[in-house]
Design a protein around this ligand. Structure first.
Ligand code: HEC
Ligand code: HEC
Ligand code: HEC
Ligand code: HEC
Ligand code: HEC
Ligand code: HEC
Ligand code: HEC
Ligand code: HEC
Length: 415
């Protein structure tokens, strides 16, 4: 009897001990470590002079850098921070570093991406949309105009000027500086989608990254994506996806639902990776009156190629056909509203100046918020945006504009 008790207590002790060790091992595995973002599972500890000192001074910079592919591949702090071309230099703790960094510092190693970016509307046209041509060299203007006519060679934006310098700086410019020219002759900084030190494709593939700028009533792409089937599934399955897979090797196994980057940029299943976000677009959706872009056919084929990595042909063609019907009907509605404004102006009942009469704001909201939203919703799967944030508002505002125009005409007669 006592022998049996002894035997079972030894057994229990061994069992408990093993369980504790296994438990501890499991816990240890689950403990978050700094190397979570490293695809190869290694954590890089930066040891150079810059990193050693900056771990004391600005530790977050070093922590971010240590998670990047740059740290894995041995790209040093100075590789990015050294002055290139005509950049202004400063002596910093015995090192010559550039006073500020631009896309030229990345171009040393990533020329393809920089060249594609320069052809996109994210480059010069973005800055031109706010500030016009004044900040660009003649060469930069000529380059941008060959790809996107009328986007840089234009006057500064009227609305921005009315709102004033402080508002432009913290408002318009904070989004549109993605294409701001730099004093070394380059454009942009490449950090909006990649960050300064994290430099990862995983970050760039998050919808929120694009949503820093692509949100709000005039370009609700993030909100539309979030309510689309794609957005809903992405959020629920994100943890099982391999968002840091190299673009040239990205498959539908790594990402079986698309984010903004997948449709507009990624090299999914052997497609061409591109930093020219214009390449796969066939319509000018943001315009009051949406027309076909140059290269309409090619662009639409390229976007559909992306869809067809995951879908069959028929539903995709139907999807485009129905979205294009929304586009045509939105154009007709905007045409009607525009006729009201044009009529009043022709009859001398409105000044030639924009944004100095209430009905002009109504018309601006009409196409710029609700017209765009209806079209963007139709092309990216946001039913609520086609309907309640789009067409319902269009109907309501057209009625308001008609009443307001009648008022103005009545008042005009009595003058
Ligand atoms: C001996 C310490 C030390 C070393 C070595 C060092 N830094 Fe710094 N660095 C600093 C300090 C201190 C600041 C200022 C921090 C502040 O303003 O709060 C700074 C600021 C900076 C800034 C901000 C711009 C500026 O001029 O204020 C950059 C960029 C920078 N360092 C990069 C580097 C790089 C790249 C290296 C290596 C080539 C490096 N640092 C080496 C201590 C150091
Ligand atoms: C991939 C390129 C790249 C690498 C590698 C890199 N940096 Fe930077 N760093 C940048 C960019 C871009 C900025 C923003 C500079 C600007 O706006 O002029 C920046 C800014 C900084 C700043 C100023 C940060 C602030 O918020 O004020 C410091 C300090 C700095 N870097 C230190 C370092 C150190 C230390 C390392 C190495 C551990 C390093 N950097 C590696 C690209 C890089
Ligand atoms: C929250 C970020 C953000 C702010 C703030 C912002 N924009 Fe934009 N803007 C965008 C995005 C994103 C687009 C692209 C919309 C699309 O293509 O659907 C855009 C498009 C435009 C366009 C149409 C494209 C073109 O090249 O003609 C103009 C003009 C424009 N913005 C001017 C301005 C002005 C002027 C301001 C300030 C009064 C401003 N934006 C504020 C993000 C912003
Ligand atoms: C000295 C060369 C060098 C410079 C300068 C440099 N990079 Fe890189 N970059 C690399 C290398 C090497 C890799 C790893 C590429 C690979 O594994 O194929 C890389 C990878 C990347 C990646 C992909 C990361 C990932 O998650 O797979 C991004 C994004 C990137 N760099 C952005 C930048 C940006 C933005 C700048 C400028 C601020 C910059 N790089 C400056 C050499 C450089
Ligand atoms: C820092 C702000 C910012 C971020 C971040 C940003 N964009 Fe943009 N994007 C803009 C602006 C501004 C425009 C409008 C440019 C113009 O036409 O004037 C634009 C335009 C576009 C266009 C339309 C291009 C055209 O030819 O009309 C697409 C598509 C686009 N962005 C996709 C993306 C994607 C995908 C991401 C994320 C991977 C992203 N953007 C991140 C600011 C941004
Ligand atoms: C399922 C693929 C898909 C996803 C995901 C997607 N888009 Fe789009 N996007 C499209 C299509 C299709 C169009 C219309 C293309 C055309 O004009 O032929 C479009 C149009 C646009 C435009 C309009 C340019 C203009 O003319 O006004 C912008 C900007 C844009 N997308 C940004 C984004 C952003 C930002 C996200 C993520 C928040 C996103 N897209 C997610 C497929 C997608
Ligand atoms: C509008 C957002 C955006 C901007 C701005 C941007 N990138 Fe990217 N970048 C991305 C996305 C998204 C990917 C991943 C594409 C994919 O999913 O296949 C990427 C991938 C990369 C890669 C990896 C490419 C490869 O094939 O391995 C490099 C390197 C890179 N970017 C450098 C840059 C440089 C340099 C700039 C500045 C000219 C820049 N990026 C500006 C969004 C951006
Ligand atoms: C990376 C893969 C991928 C890409 C690229 C992709 N989709 Fe999807 N899409 C999906 C998945 C997965 C679903 C959810 C299917 C399900 O319900 O099982 C989906 C759902 C949809 C739905 C909703 C279907 C329904 O009845 O609920 C539409 C519409 C759609 N996609 C259109 C498009 C269009 C248009 C494009 C290209 C502009 C595109 N998709 C690109 C993976 C993708």
């Amino acid at each position: 009897m006592s022998q049996r008790v002894q035997f079972s207590s030894v057994f229990i002790a061994i069992f408990m001990g093993t369980a504790l060790i296994i438990g501890a091992l499991l816990l240890n595995q689950q403990r978050p470590t700094l190397d979570v973002n490293q695809p190869n599972g290694s954590f890089v500890k930066a040891t150079g002079k810059c990193a050693t000192c900056h771990r004391r001074e600005t530790s977050a910079v070093v922590a971010q850098y240590e998670q990047s592919q740059h740290a894995v591949k041995g790209v040093s702090c100075l590789d990015c921070h050294k002055p290139v071309g005509t950049q202004e230099k400063v002596d910093h703790k015995g090192f010559m570093i550039a006073k500020s960094l631009t896309s030229n510092n990345c171009a040393e190693c990533h020329k393809t991406e920089v060249d594609q970016f320069l052809r996109s509307r994210h480059a010069a046209p973005s800055w031109g949309a706010v500030s016009g041509a004044k900040d660009f060299t003649a060469e930069q203007i000529a380059f941008a105009e060959t790809y996107h006519k009328g986007t840089v060679n234009r006057p500064p934006n009227k609305l921005a000027m009315l709102e004033g310098g402080a508002a432009i700086k913290k408002g318009c410019a904070s989004c549109h500086d993605i294409g701001k020219p730099n004093s070394d002759g380059s454009i942009g900084r490449c950090t909006q989608c990649h960050s300064r030190h994290g430099a990862s494709v995983a970050l760039a593939r998050q919808p929120e990254t694009c949503g820093q700028c692509h949100m709000g009533p005039d370009h609700s792409q993030l909100e539309i994506f979030n309510e689309s089937k794609h957005g809903v599934i992405f959020r629920s399955q994100k943890r099982s996806m391999n968002l840091s897979k190299a673009p040239k090797e990205l498959t539908t196994k790594d990402m079986s639902v698309p984010t903004c980057a997948t449709c507009h940029m990624s090299g999914l299943e052997g497609l061409k990776v591109t930093h020219d976000t214009t390449e796969r677009l066939s319509w000018f959706l943001f315009a009051a009156d949406s027309t076909k872009r140059p290269g309409f056919e090619r662009a639409q084929v390229e976007m559909k190629e992306t869809c067809k990595k995951c879908h069959t042909t028929k539903p995709i063609d139907r999807f485009y056909k129905e979205a294009e019907e929304v586009l045509v009907s939105t154009n007709e509605k905007v045409e009607k509203a525009k006729a009201i404004i044009d009529g009043l102006r022709k009859d001398g009942l409105l000044t030639p100046e924009p944004f100095d009469e209430p009905i002009e704001f109504l018309y601006f909201d009409y196409w710029h918020y609700y017209g765009r939203t209806a079209k963007h919703g139709a092309f990216m799967g946001g039913a609520d945006f086609v309907q309640w944030h789009g067409n319902y508002e269009l109907l309501k505002m057209l009625t308001e504009m008609e009443h307001m125009a009648a008022e103005i005409r009545r008042a005009g007669k009595h003058k």
